[in-house]
Write a new protein. Structure first.
Length: 151
């Protein structure tokens, strides 16, 4: 084999290895577009947990559910969260005297077989479990925050 033939073979082998690594990376991690959508969904989950925490604080102080997100802002210094992509406010609805729901529109699903929900479940949060893509609502019961005094 000539020197030029060896160089060509080496370049072909390296190019194939690089292409295989890129393809494997996209399979394991996902495309940049998919990663962006997952990041937006993680922000949505975080925002919903901020709402849940504020509702729990309101419940602890008032022993009732806030009528709307504006009431949370007054009582708990809650800064209204908005969808990171559309800037629309999240949905909060009182269902009855001790039940409410929060809703968000997710870009991707979260749960088996790709369990991307692991992050917050591992942290001890379980109010929002696996969800699908599209609008998802979570029916919740407020809880008293122990050790927190009423103002």
């Amino acid at each position: 084999m000539t020197r030029d033939g060896s160089v060509r073979l080496l370049v072909l082998a390296v190019s194939t290895a690089v292409a295989a690594a890129v393809v494997a990376g996209l399979i394991v991690v996902g495309s940049p577009g998919e990663a962006r959508l997952q990041k937006l969904d993680r922000k949505r989950v975080s925002d919903l947990y901020s709402i849940i925490d504020a509702v729990n604080l309101y419940w602890t102080r008032q022993r009732s559910l806030p009528p709307d997100l504006d009431a949370l802002a007054v009582e708990t210094f809650f800064d209204e969260e908005r969808d990171p992509e559309t800037a629309s406010p999240y949905v909060y609805r009182v269902l009855d005297s001790d039940r409410y729901e929060v809703c968000a529109t997710f870009s991707t699903g979260c749960g088996p077989p790709q369990d991307r929900c692991w992050d917050w479940r591992h942290s001890g949060r379980a109010e929002i479990d696996a969800h699908g893509a599209g609008e998802q609502c979570f029916s919740l019961t407020p809880r008293v925050i122990e050790g927190h005094r009423r103002p």
